[in-house]
Design a binder for this molecule. Sequence first.
Ligand code: HEC
Length: 205
Amino acid sequence: MERFSTFALISGLFFFFFGTFWQAVAPSLSLRNIPVKSIEELADNVLPEFYKLADDYPVEFKRYFGEPSKASFAEALNVGKAQYIAEACWHCHSQYIRPVSNEELRFGKVSYPSEYANVMQLPQLLGTRRVGPDLIREAGRHSNDWHVAHFKNPPNVVPDSVMPSYAWFFDKNGRPNKKGLAIVAYMQWLGSWAQEPVYQLDARK
Ligand code: HEC
């Protein structure tokens, strides 16, 4: 009996260390040299939606971001991501199109590793819950105005929505404030790198 428990202990320890090595140490050894894109590299390509935001909300844009430029775009992306984390958007939305349930038809190409090798995924925002749609291909699916109306009160544009409204993304005149402009810029950036058309098969329409 004693010999059996010794054997169980030794094999238990062996598999514990083997599992730790195989699932944690080995992957990190092979992945740690992948270059991680900085925010400056990401903001190199200032998106048309960001210029449009400056046109749509000239006073607010000027006040919070100045002119649309690589620097102000980088700042908006940073603030937008910080809001996404702070407001726990990740609690209801994922940023990872999985190769199951025909997700490709709904959201576009299955997510691929290079989309995540950047500072906007530190910490990673893959998410696990699907209360709302996946957002990794959100860019261009809706206009800036749609996003503004949606954040102000989701049922404005999607009557049966259960998404909460984000009144604090707006000033007292109902115009988007810094957080509001930044979260829209961030939504329009997510997936802007994808070359393939995103099919808009939407059960609601
Ligand atoms: C309680 C869950 C919940 C939370 C929290 C939440 N959402 Fe949503 N979201 C939804 C649901 C459900 C939908 C689908 C209905 C709709 O469009 O409003 C949605 C839709 C969206 C859409 C439209 C997607 C599309 O392609 O049509 C965007 C963009 C979005 N959410 C962004 C956000 C952001 C950013 C936050 C955080 C500030 C957030 N959501 C927080 C549940 C949530």
